[in-house]
Design a protein around this ligand. Structure first.
Ligand SMILES: C[S@@+](CC[C@H](N)C(=O)[O-])C[C@H]1O[C@@H](n2cnc3c(N)ncnc32)[C@H](O)[C@@H]1O
Length: 183
């Protein structure tokens, strides 16, 4: 669907959110630039939501986790928030596309859908975000995330596949609980 039409439909569906986004975008024009120019799937509404979630987090951890970066668009939104709050983005991506999905739970997705490349990611994040405060980890996050992350303030999971999301969520919940009992 054409981006402008999608934006109009989003606005009609969520008028209050649209007003907030417009107001925020005036204060932070880089959000609009990412939304209009960076390649990828993250909409302005989602970009605005994840940006604000980081700004509002009072958690002391400096790590913002992103799993599923594709061409780096959501990474740009998160890196802007990281810059404002003195944090870093830990970005996890396969680049080889989606892993095998359960055909019943995820009938729309096929293995390898949405493959991207390191070159596109690098170009997007250096042009529209703050590459210097992003740590990219290439590979399957189900294997790489546990050795990289001990704590986090915000996690954005955008991997599409149900099974992968459940596995990552269980891991993140365990970390949060462990940090909560040993602050
Ligand atoms: C919906 S796209 C992400 C869109 C992106 N957030 C954006 O702003 O455009 C889903 C991404 O998740 C990645 N992905 C899926 N399973 C993964 C896994 N186990 N580990 C790392 N990345 C994964 C895919 O390679 C794909 O690029």
């Amino acid at each position: 669907m054409n981006r402008k039409i999608k934006f109009i439909i989003d606005t009609l569906k969520h008028p209050k959110l649209a007003c907030k986004i417009a107001f925020d975008a005036l204060k932070q024009p880089s959000l609009l630039t990412i939304s209009r120019k960076a390649p990828g799937l993250c909409s302005i509404s989602l970009g605005w939501l994840i940006y604000n979630r980081v700004l509002k987090s009072s958690h002391k951890s400096r790590n913002i986790i992103e799993v599923g970066a594709y061409k780096g668009k959501s990474t740009c939104f998160l890196s802007l928030a990281a810059k404002k709050t003195g944090r870093r983005v830990k970005s996890f991506e396969l680049f080889s596309g989606l892993p095998t999905a359960d055909p019943v739970l995820d009938p729309r997705f096929r293995k390898g859908d949405m493959s991207s490349s390191l070159e596109i990611y690098e170009s997007t994040v250096s042009t529209y975000g703050y590459r210097e405060i992003v740590d990219l980890v290439v590979g399957d996050a189900r294997q790489t995330l546990p050795s990289e992350i001990e704590d986090f303030c915000v996690a954005f999971l955008d991997v599409d596949v149900y099974d992968v999301t459940v596995e990552l969520l269980s891991f993140l919940i365990k970390i949060s609980q462990a940090n909560h009992s040993n602050p």
